[in-house]
Design a protein around this ligand. Structure first.
Ligand code: ZN
Length: 357
């Protein structure tokens, strides 16, 4: 199990998808794959993602996701809600929501990535049928990455909502908090939406002060993670506290504490005497906690990796080897590694046989 929603082997073809004729040809391709969403859920059959060909009569309803390593184009569309009894009767195959898919590790990492892309995009379309300027109907263009108003001509673009998420350190301790609805015993990094006109760094400092009353000085960017519930982009930081006294905002947090590093290690390993644990491995917060502790990858909490022939590796800031994905397909593994390099991450990426461990 690893960080969810961060790997996609699709080329989004951002230059080609503006060409309507090119999109029509993609839709008509014999190997086209369409993912059907019911709300936040997709169908699995035999543990694999169910995809279908595009039905001709509803060609306008899809969003274009990209082209995979074999050249097959991928689209997504929204179906009736998961609670719709008629839809359930029509197709009895298992409907699984995106969060459960991420936690279970049932699908390859690259499929989770394209599902995150699809889910955020479909959610935006479902809520932007009408123009925010004049109220007239809007129509999707360019494979779903733009909507234009039929009334005033205003153009609307899909949203991505940045969230600063921070683990703060002070004298060998980490600041972690919990919200009331979270699973029992879970503590995590503090997070909040970035506001207009604010730097990411200031957003990170402001959220920690608002929620826990702690002043933060230096913050260091660690990495990002799409979080498609519905359209967040988590931007992760490790920060250094200037003050230690806590003033918890009871509206935001049920609790926040300074945990000694040894205790956080117990929380990562699920051996804490009070049953406390730190952020799930699918979430960026988990990466931030490990980063703040300077933990090597070998200390990762026990997880059952899928049996696969190849794994994508990276080297972290401390020179440690970290596994980021597994797959049976060497070309796919190479594509994931390349995608990461091209995304501008500083670390080194490579593919190796999974027997190397
Ligand atoms: Zn308008």
């Amino acid at each position: 199990m690893s960080l969810a929603f961060v790997f996609s082997a699709l080329d989004r073809c951002a230059n080609q998808r503006t060409d309507a004729a090119w999109l029509v040809a993609q839709r008509a391709a014999p190997d086209v794959r369409v993912v059907r969403f019911s709300g936040d859920a997709v169908r699995l059959s035999g543990g694999a993602l169910v995809t279908t060909a595009v039905p001709v009569e509803s060609a306008a309803a899809e969003v274009f996701l990209g082209v995979d390593g074999t050249g097959a184009p991928w689209f997504a569309r929204a179906e009736p809600g998961a609670d719709d009894p008629a839809a359930r009767r029509a197709d009895p195959r298992e409907l699984v929501d995106l969060r459960s898919l991420a936690v279970s590790g049932a699908l390859p990492a690259a499929e989770l990535g394209l599902l995150a892309q699809a889910r955020s995009l479909l959610h935006w379309h479902a809520r932007h049928a009408f123009c925010a300027v004049c109220g007239a109907a809007t129509a999707a263009l360019e494979g779903g990455y733009r909507r234009r108003c039929a009334g005033c001509g205003a153009e609307h673009f899909p949203r991505t909502d940045p969230v600063a998420i921070t683990v703060v350190r002070h004298e060998g301790k980490l600041l972690l908090g919990r919200q009331r609805p979270w699973p029992r015993g879970m503590y995590s990094a503090l997070a909040g939406f970035v506001e207009p006109g604010e730097t990411l760094e200031d957003a990170a400092r402001r959220e920690v002060f608002e929620e826990a009353g702690v002043r933060v000085g230096e913050v260091r960017y660690v990495g990002s993670q799409p979080w498609p519930f519905p359209a967040s982009l988590m931007l992760g930081f490790v920060g250094e506290a200037r003050s230690a006294e806590l003033a918890i905002d009871a509206h935001e947090l049920e609790d926040a504490r300074w945990f000694p590093a040894a205790e956080v290690r117990q929380m990562l390993a699920h051996t804490h005497p009070d049953g406390l644990w730190a952020a799930h491995p699918i979430a960026l917060a988990h990466v931030l906690v490990r980063e703040a502790l300077g933990l090597p990858a070998e200390d990762a909490p026990a997880a059952v990796p899928p049996a696969a022939a190849f794994r994508v590796m990276r080297q972290d800031d401390n020179g440690n080897r970290v596994e980021i994905a597994r797959t049976n397909d060497r070309a796919h593994a190479e594509a994931v590694a390349t995608a990461f390099e091209q995304r501008g991450h500083k670390q080194l990426y490579w593919v190796e046989p999974s027997s190397a461990d």
